[in-house]
Design a protein around this ligand. Structure first.
Ligand code: COA
Length: 379
């Protein structure tokens, strides 16, 4: 019997299936190109700021100076989450995974935002500003809380990247590190219909509010095959620990069909353009900290994986050693991904609301048919 669906055998994981029209970002996997609203990622990384990219993703064009100042100050005015959200976080078990904390706390922001439920453009942008402003505050506050330290209040004179590092460490980052981190946020901002962004669009398609959509996106991002890979890369490097052991370790891992974290991509079949920047940052941080081991190990793994499997590093590969050398705890790497990707998620949610259709695909039924109910006593 025809179900009106095509066989899923050829589309496991929905690879290659076009599931939405979007003007936000495009990934060209063959050429290794990534654009946001028509702008090449290299151009944006070179010249823009994360706040400018947020405006671009939400509005489809770069802001004027006045528009950028308006958005930046709206975000800065909203850095501080409702007190209750931080107070509640102090009750969470201290060993909680930061992504679980982020998901729970971001979800709870909804309870304190009387204007956050609307899906009209004005209400949704308002909620997007508040979540974008507060997600970093929550991630940084959790690291302080779990370590028994005082939460550092956000500094409204600082941009998102700078302010995040300040709230995490209690000290202001130097200009070089702040700019590097700002570019890292630009690089992670959007990536078309990746798993978490698709999730946010599916939830938005039901006309659930911005907080619900973003909460679902955080849940999807937490998985090790998605945003969790950056932490896994650093754990792998720490496990190997010695540059001299790489070759043997990798042979053994490949013989045991182990996946090498941070390598390979569902879309890119050549160098991920984001990895080009992060490789540079990893080297820059290695030189700055005088600790070259992690960069050297990463380079050797990259070289061997290219020789043996024809594979390339993805965005997570060099962000791992970059963040590690910046002194960021391993399990905050994925929350940092969320602090950036919130811009792409909210952009896609706004786009979905603006031209909504409930997302409701079909499944190819492969179960039994014509079963007859047997009373429980007779089974
Ligand atoms: N290390 C070793 N082998 C790998 C690999 C890796 N990182 N990634 C893919 N492969 C191999 C698979 O084992 C498979 O081999 P096989 O055909 O002999 O079974 C083949 O390449 C295809 O793998 P598949 O998982 O189907 O490719 P994909 O395009 O669907 O996967 C990823 C993309 C990202 C899920 C995959 O490359 C991966 O798991 N990478 C590590 C996790 C990671 O870095 N994720 C972050 C992505 S931004």
């Amino acid at each position: 019997m025809s179900t009106g669906t095509e066989s899923t055998a050829a589309t496991a994981g929905l690879r290659g299936v076009v599931a939405a029209q979007s003007a936000i970002g495009d990934v060209n996997g063959e050429e290794g190109k990534l654009i946001y609203q028509g702008y090449d990622i290299h151009d944006l990384a070179e010249n823009s700021t994360f706040e400018e990219v947020i405006f671009l993703l939400w509005n489809g064009r770069l802001p004027t100076q006045v528009e950028l100042e308006e958005l930046s100050s709206a975000i800065r005015e909203n850095y501080e989450p409702p007190k209750q959200v931080i107070e509640l976080m102090k009750q969470y078990p201290k060993e909680s995974d930061p992504m679980d904390v982020l998901r729970t706390a971001v979800s709870s922001l909804d309870l304190y935002d009387p204007k956050g439920q609307g899906t009209d453009r004005e209400s949704a942008v308002g909620a997007a500003v508040r979540i974008t402003a507060q997600i970093g505050t929550i991630a940084a506050a959790w690291d302080r809380i779990r370590n028994g330290k005082d939460v550092v209040a956000p500094d409204k004179s600082l941009g998102i990247a700078d302010n995040f590092l300040y709230m995490l460490r209690g000290d202001k980052a130097d200009a070089e590190e702040a700019r590097m981190f700002d570019i890292a946020l630009i690089l992670h901002a959007d990536h078309e219909l990746n798993a978490s962004t698709f999730t946010t669009r599916v939830v938005a398609g039901t006309l659930a509010d911005m907080y619900g959509c973003v909460t679902a996106g955080i849940a999807a991002l937490a998985g090790p095959l998605h945003g969790g890979a950056n932490t896994a890369v650093m754990k792998m490097l720490i496990e190997i620990d010695d540059p001299a052991k790489i070759d043997a370790w990798l042979d053994d891992a490949l013989a045991n069909k182990r996946k090498i974290m941070g390598i390979g991509h569902a879309v890119y079949k050549t160098e991920d353009p984001r990895a080009t920047w992060l490789r540079k940052f990893s080297k820059q941080m290695s030189d700055k900290k005088g600790e070259t081991k992690w960069f050297e190990m990463s380079q050797r793994i990259e070289q061997l994986m290219h020789e043996k499997k024809g594979m390339y590093p993805n965005v997570d590969f060099y962000s791992a050693s970059t963040y590690y050398l910046m002194g960021i705890p391993l399990d905050l790497f994925t929350p940092i991904f969320a602090v950036s990707r919130i811009s792409g998620w909210t952009g896609h949610i706004l786009e979905q609301y603006a031209n909504n259709k409930l997302i409701r695909p079909r499944a190819e039924y492969i179960g039994k048919r014509d079963q007859k109910y047997v009373p429980i006593a007779e089974r």
